[in-house]
Design a protein around this ligand. Structure first.
Ligand SMILES: Cc1cc2nc3c(=O)[nH]c(=O)nc-3n(C[C@H](O)[C@H](O)[C@H](O)COP(=O)(O)O)c2cc1C
Length: 210
């Protein structure tokens, strides 16, 4: 199988130099809303990269649940692999690829856990099946079989819906946007890239070669 001829021309949109004076958080919100409105599934999914204690990078998809005060909010298990990575090295990278828009967004910054009341509120807003699933899972731990997992899930059935509680080791993280780069595909690989870096509470923008 040869992949050499798998390529396309990008031509849907452009990022003018004028974008350098924009607030990148507002631009991100605009692009996100635009993508969500397009009706694609999992529009808020992004690849979250972390670095483990041994220096090895790791990545997985999570869902963006909120953009709040310049931070990406996502929810997970604090005891998972990503949670352990973040406890050791509280920096992460978020990568969005919006194929239908010929766009890529790269975000990096420091990560903190959100206040427990915020995690409680989001947990309570989830469907009860998702709540039970979170309660039953020791995310990223090895498990003997599917049936062991299912037994743990079914054991949650004894708990009435109104008594479901957020596990202490499940909650939100806030990834503070400290660098964000927008990529818009252009013809002949002359793509537009504008990167914004937060310095002393101000954004510095640079165009980057493709
Ligand atoms: C579309 C999609 C959305 C996902 N959303 C989440 C999420 O919001 N939170 C989460 O913990 N895992 C989510 N996952 C599962 C993660 O990719 C991953 O398998 C899990 O978090 C364990 O990762 P870890 O072992 O690196 O901690 C999602 C996976 C996919 C494919």
């Amino acid at each position: 199988m040869s992949l050499h001829d798998d390529r396309k021309e990008y031509q849907l949109d452009q990022l003018d130099d004028g974008a350098k004076s924009l607030n990148p958080i507002i631009l991100f919100e605009k692009w996100l809303e635009n993508y969500r409105q397009s009706g694609v599934a999992d529009a808020t999914a992004f690849a979250l990269s972390t670095v483990g204690e041994d220096g090895t990078p790791d990545a997985r998809i999570v869902l963006l649940k909120e953009l709040s005060e310049g931070s990406l909010i996502f929810y997970t298990h604090y005891s998972s692999k990503k949670g352990r990575d973040l406890a050791f090295h509280p920096q992460a990278h978020a990568l969005f690829f919006w194929r239908e828009m010929e766009r890529q967004i790269r975000i990096s910054g420091s990560v903190i856990q959100v206040p427990s009341e915020k995690s409680d509120a989001y947990f309570a807003s989830r469907p009860t099946g998702s709540q039970r699933g979170a309660m039953a899972s020791n995310q990223s731990a090895a498990v003997a079989s599917r049936s062991v997992m299912e037994e743990k899930f079914e054991a949650q059935g004894a708990i009435p819906d109104e008594a479901l509680q957020r596990p202490q080791l499940w909650g939100g993280y806030a990834l503070r946007i400290e660098r964000i780069e927008f990529w818009q595909g252009r013809p002949s690989r002359m793509h537009d890239r504008i990167a914004y870096t937060l310095k002393d509470h101000r954004w510095e923008a640079q165009r980057l070669e493709p």
